[in-house]
Design a protein around this ligand. Structure first.
Ligand SMILES: Cc1ncc(COP(=O)(O)O)c(C=O)c1O
Length: 467
């Protein structure tokens, strides 16, 4: 039998993106304060968060498990509130992580909540967030979502399309004859053309994308004209969100400048000064020691300063400034605990450490090529560092949790590892891929743990499948 000769093609290694692992850390057991929750410690070598031993958490609640340091999350709310000051609004972006407990905490801490779907809105209302402290976003809000928001009395609706301006006006004044007693306060979302220095899928203010009204095309000016011409809507101000995981303030500076230029045109054309300027979220956090996330205080100082200067230069009174941090509040205080399963050394290339979750609980590595820090959590080890790739249990070779992880070479099945800074855009973008149930989220504080989102069960999955 003759063998078929295959034409020479590129080798797998040639088509992979450049793979540059960082240098190994000096001490594998050390928990960098920049990356781990504020209460993370090692007690007799074992990781504790909120004073609770991760082995106990795994034994009681199972793995994979999201563990949220409540005090950390609350303290970040007050960091933002204090940094931006009493005259500014801070609205937590619920898309980062949305649960009743968390929305209650942020509301207790004096923040509002930004929601972008009817589902997030229901959770905020169920959590008892005062409706006037809720802002509704979304590039494709349905009639049902807008109606619910109007009936609940949300504080602001951010308009994202010409269609939506008409849709909202029709909801509040169906026959066009009876202007409402309370006109919804609206913000017009402006696309500033800023190319934020972040992953393409996290940048939201360049012209060629789905959100908002473009400034450069004149669509934003036209949207304002339509709102001003409506008797049914009250223009509160302008909104801009340039992207996510941003470390420098240059993008905010350009965005604020361009939005305030529109505010000047609104004053000149309509004789109205905007009351509110919402600059969105996007403030970056440290996922690894290589990330230099700016201090919230410095960031706030810089953004306030930018707005002050721009308003002064434009001869505008300073509108009320609002920001919408999501990742910066929920991201750093949560870790994911996984149990180690298979450990495979592939021909001296690297060691693959498989864990009991993966891309269904953290899609960010596959989606954004995100980097994470992880550590052996159930014990300390003095064994030498082993360059590993932490992978999930899903049927995809892109199912990577941590691309480059230094773990001790005595790592064994049954050990627990923890991945840091998984509070934002992990549980909230989780899926049931391969019918893997979603993990629970447990809040820890002062030595006690409490389930805030229970683990999905196989029964939950089967209940949806009606045969
Ligand atoms: C309008 C808006 N506001 C706030 C946020 C929160 O961004 P981050 O979590 O990066 O702070 C987002 C994220 O996509 C957003 O689209």
């Amino acid at each position: 039998m003759s063998r078929v000769a295959h034409p020479a093609g590129p080798r797998y290694a040639d088509v992979l993106p450049a793979d540059h692992p960082p240098a190994p850390p000096a001490d594998l057991n050390e928990l960098s304060a920049a990356v781990w929750p504020r209460s993370a410690r090692r007690a007799d070598g074992v990781l504790t968060v909120g004073g609770v031993d991760v082995r106990e958490l795994a034994a009681t609640y199972g793995t994979p498990l999201f563990v949220c340091d409540e005090a950390d999350l609350r303290s970040r709310c007050s960091d933002y509130r204090d940094a931006f000051g009493p005259d500014a609004g801070v609205f937590y972006a619920a898309k980062a992580f949305c649960s009743k407990a968390v929305l209650r905490w942020v509301s207790d801490e004096g923040l509002g909540v930004d929601v972008c779907t009817g589902g997030e809105l229901e959770v905020a209302l169920a959590a008892g967030v005062p409706p006037e402290q809720i802002t509704l976003h979304g590039n494709n809000k349905t009639v049902a979502e807008l109606t619910r928001a109007v009936e609940a009395g949300v504080g602001h609706i951010v308009l994202d399309s010409a269609e939506e301006i008409a849709r909202l006006a029709l909801i509040v004044n169906p026959d066009g004859m009876t202007p409402p007693a309370h006109r919804p306060r609206v913000l017009v979302r402006v696309t500033t053309g800023v190319e934020a220095h972040t992953h393409e899928f996290m940048a939201t203010a360049h012209d060629d994308q789905k959100f908002g009204f473009s400034l450069s095309s004149g669509a934003a000016d036209e949207a304002v004209r339509r709102v001003m011409a409506s008797q049914d809507l009250a223009l509160a101000g302008l909104h801009s969100h340039i992207g996510s995981q941003i470390f420098d303030t240059a993008g905010f500076e350009v965005a604020a400048h361009r939005v305030l230029e529109l505010a000047v045109r609104i004053r000149d054309e309509h004789g109205v000064e905007i009351e509110e300027l919402d600059l969105g979220g996007g403030f970056g956090i440290a996922y690894t020691d290589e990330d230099e996330a700016p201090e919230v205080k410095l960031l706030a100082h810089s953004i306030r300063d930018i707005v002050d200067r721009q308003c002064q230069a434009a001869g505008l009174p300073r509108p009320r400034l609002t920001v919408e941090p999501g990742r910066g509040i929920a991201g750093p205080g949560t870790i994911t605990i996984y149990e180690v399963g298979t450990i495979k050394d592939v021909d001296g290339l690297r060691t693959y450490v498989s864990v009991d979750g993966g891309m269904s609980d953290n899609i960010r590595t596959a989606l954004y090529d995100a980097s994470y820090t992880c550590a052996l959590a159930s014990r300390a080890s003095d064994a030498p560092a082993m360059l590993s790739r932490v992978v999930g249990k899903h049927c995809e070779s892109g199912d990577i949790v941590v691309r480059h992880a230094y773990l001790p070479s005595d790592l064994a099945p049954g050990d627990l590892i923890a991945v840091a800074a998984t509070g934002a855009y992990c549980r909230s973008i989780s899926s049931n891929y391969n019918h893997v149930p979603r993990p629970a989220t447990v809040a820890v504080r002062d030595g006690a743990a409490q389930v805030i989102v229970r683990r999905e069960t196989l029964d939950d999955l089967l209940r949806l499948d009606v045969g």
